[in-house]
Structures are given as C-alpha cells and as structure tokens.
Design a protein around this ligand. Structure first.
Ligand code: ASP
Ligand code: MG
Length: 412
C-alpha cells in the first residue's frame, strides 16, 4: 500500500470537533487505499501553557524535565485522534515518539531526528491497521530520555516520517491555505502560490514566514519529500494548497517568488575595532558563547588600521550582546570606541531562484525603496535572496512597494 503522511497543526486539533473534522479527512485518504501516518501537534495554546508551567516551577529548569512536560500535549491529541478514528471504524492506534522509536540526539528542547526505524509501524500496517497516529514534536535520546525538536517541530516529525516510509506525499494541514507571496495581513494583494521551490521555501521559512519549521523544509529538500501545505478549514479535502517541490517541477518560475519580513531585528555597531586577523573571530565567539543569534554581518573599509563592525540579531538578545561585548572590553580582550545599538529596525527580503540567472533584482529593489524615501541601513545577499535592514516604521510600506514592483499579484 502506498503511504501518505498527514500532519495536523495545533489549530486543526484545537478541540474535539476539529479532531473529528481532521479524522474525516484521514478517512477520505484511507478510502483511496492509502496507509496513513497521521502526525499531530498539541491542541493550540497547549504547548505555550506547558512551557509557562515549567518556567513558573523552575526558572533554571532541567531541560530533560522541560521536554518531559512540554512533549505531553501531543500525547493527548494522538490518543484522541486514534479514538476518533476507531469510532469511525477505521483501524488506528497511537504512538508516542519513544514507542516508534523516533531516535534523536540528546540536545533537549532542540533535538534532531537521527533515525526512524519503520519496522514496528510497518508490521502493524501489514496486520491490517490503516492509520498510525504519531505524536509530533517528540522523540527519545540515546540515554532513553524524552526529547523535543524545538517549537514548531511537528512539521519536522512529519517530513521525517515521510522520508522514512517513502511516503507518496506529506500533507501539512494548517490554518492557512498555503504559502503566500507575502503576509496577506500586511499586503492585501498577496497571492497564494501553487508551487514553491524547496530553496525558496527555506529562505522564506527562515525569514519569518511561520508556515513551516525551517528544519522540516531542509529535510524535505534533502530527501526529496513532496510537501504540501493545505488548509484544514476548507470544505474540499483535496483543495490544492501549495506544493513545496524541486525547482525542476516548476515550469515558469518567477524571478522573485516572495517578499518576507522580520520585525524583531536590531542592529549593533562596534565603532573602531582593530583591523587585524582574529578580531572578527573574537567578537563573534563572544557573541555565540553568550547565545546571541547573529544574522547579518558587515565590516567597513578600514582607515588607519581601525574598522567598524556591524551585525544584526533578534531584539530580545541585544542586552545579552551588549553585556558580552562590554565584558570583552573590560577584560582588555577587545578594544573598541563605542557600541551603538539601533533597536528600531526591521528586515525585508526578496526571495527567488530566478535571481540566479537574472541581473537587476538588487538595483530594482533599492530603487523601489529609495522612491519611497526609505533608507537602507544594511544589505546582505545570497544567491537567491536580498535582505535589507530599514527603519521599522517603514516595514509595511516596503513590503507593499516591493510586492507591487515585482508584480507578485500576478504570481499565479
Ligand atoms: N506543539 C509544538 C509547538 O507548539 C510543536 C508543533 O506544534 O509543531 O511548538
Ligand atoms: Mg506549526
């Protein structure tokens, strides 16, 4: 039997009624002849509540117990989904991560899946079970402790199962009906994309389009899993959604596929650091030791052997970054004139695989921003992406102007 993976996010299993609705969709696929692996999230809001309880109980918590608590939301929905399917006379049972087993690393709260031996579930399918309901987001470490995969990790569970079982497709049921050219809440002209390439999705996911966990897209790309994002709220069960696929499967790829943004950015500049080997290593080692997630990095041209170093990081990590860098100065490890923080910035990016073969995207982007009087503070590029830091108050304007300029309303 061909295997299909269906993943239901928190809003799709938010209450018993929604679980019933989701189960009906599963029933439709079972009737088509699939063996189905259903991956469930916790009911929406549940994981946040559990995370809150852990923090209240123990501010400097033991990460192993954090995982024990926080993984439990998925156990509830897995059991309820299996019961609901049984009520519909569909042979189903639930599996917690450790039972499968979903083998992960021991990095608690951010574990990575190492292997999913399919034998146990395959055996049950062979015995006539039609649906394996698996608790997403969780696994088991080599030490035998429960682990979780990081927030949003059920997406990654789903893709990993699709790879392990060579599933025909991995459908991610969520509260949006697909991947959009940009956030429809910011830009009314945003269009749903029929298809998007893995690499584009990867950029969009990591740039803050919260539809899929970034790691799940990486996995799908590596194992060539056909990934589809569909709404669980549309009546029609085969509503097309967005297919995330290999770029070869996209006939007419646009130069720019989407515009992404991220509001929580801050820009920090170290003024006048020595321009010699080892200084950048020193700065960014101090930052990484302090747990600061550095994104963009720009080093200026030096004068008289001194240079300025600018980088960006999430707003809530600015204090940590400032402390780490001040300490290096106090300890005489690093000498700089001043540390200037700008916490009122946002990042706006255009993404598209077409950029590899087309010139002029950057020029057009900068022209559009300048036409609206928006100053660019930092620029970074990759092969398929151009990102700028701008004043946060211009973020929405920038997204809309770029969406217009690249004619994304005609995307489909
Ligand atoms: N329930 C987990 C979370 O809220 C995992 C997931 O739903 O993907 O992050
Ligand atoms: Mg999610």
């Amino acid at each position: 039997m061909p295997v299909l993976v269906m993943k239901f996010g928190g809003t799709s299993v938010a209450n018993l009624d929604r679980i019933r609705r989701a189960a009906k969709r599963v029933g439709v696929e079972v009737a088509k002849g699939y063996d189905v692996i259903v991956i469930v999230s916790a009911m929406s809001g549940k994981t946040n509540e559990l995370v809150g309880w852990v923090g209240e109980t123990s501010p400097l918590y033991d990460a192993r117990e954090y995982d024990a608590v926080v993984s439990s939301g998925e156990n509830v929905t897995a059991g309820l989904m299996a019961l609901t399917l049984q009520e519909m006379d569909i042979p189903a049972r639930s599996w917690q991560g450790w039972q499968v087993p979903v083998q992960t690393t021991s990095t608690h709260a951010a574990a990575r899946i190492e292997d999913i031996p399919p034998a146990n579930i395959r055996q049950k399918f062979a015995e006539g079970m039609k649906v394996a309901v698996v608790a997403g987001f969780q696994g088991v470490s080599p030490e035998g402790r429960i682990t979780t995969l990081g927030r949003g990790g059920s997406d990654t569970t789903a893709v990993a199962f699709a790879a392990a079982f060579e599933a025909e497709r991995c459908d991610i049921y969520t509260d949006v009906d697909g991947v959009y050219t940009t956030d429809p809440r910011i830009c009314g002209k945003a269009q749903k994309l029929d298809k998007i390439a893995f690499e584009e999705m990867l950029e969009l996911a990591s740039l803050g389009a919260k539809v899929l966990q970034t790691r799940s897209v990486e996995l799908a790309m590596r194992y060539k899993v056909k990934l589809r994002v569909v709404s669980s709220f549309e009546e029609q069960s085969d509503a097309a959604g967005t297919l995330v696929c290999d770029e070869e499967e996209i006939m007419e790829s646009k130069i720019v596929a989407g515009v992404a943004y991220s509001r929580d950015e801050a820009k920090l500049t170290l003024l006048s650091v020595a321009d010699r080997p080892g200084i950048a290593a020193l700065i960014f080692t101090a930052l990484s030791d302090a747990g600061v997630n550095v994104d963009m990095i720009v080093q200026n041209i030096s004068e008289d052997g001194r240079t300025d170093m600018t980088f960006s990081c999430p707003t809530d990590q600015v204090a940590r970054a400032e402390r780490a860098l001040s300490e290096t100065k106090e300890h005489g490890v690093l000498n700089f004139a001043e540390l200037v923080a700008d916490t009122d910035v946002a990042k706006v990016s255009v993404v598209g695989i077409g950029m590899r073969s087309h010139t002029g995207v950057a020029a057009k982007m900068f022209k559009v921003l300048s036409d609206d009087g928006i100053n660019i503070k930092v620029i970074t590029t990759s092969e398929i992406k151009i990102s700028v830091l701008i004043d946060r108050k211009y973020m929405e304007l920038a997204v809309q102007a770029l969406h217009d300029a690249f004619e994304l309303e005609k995307a489909v």
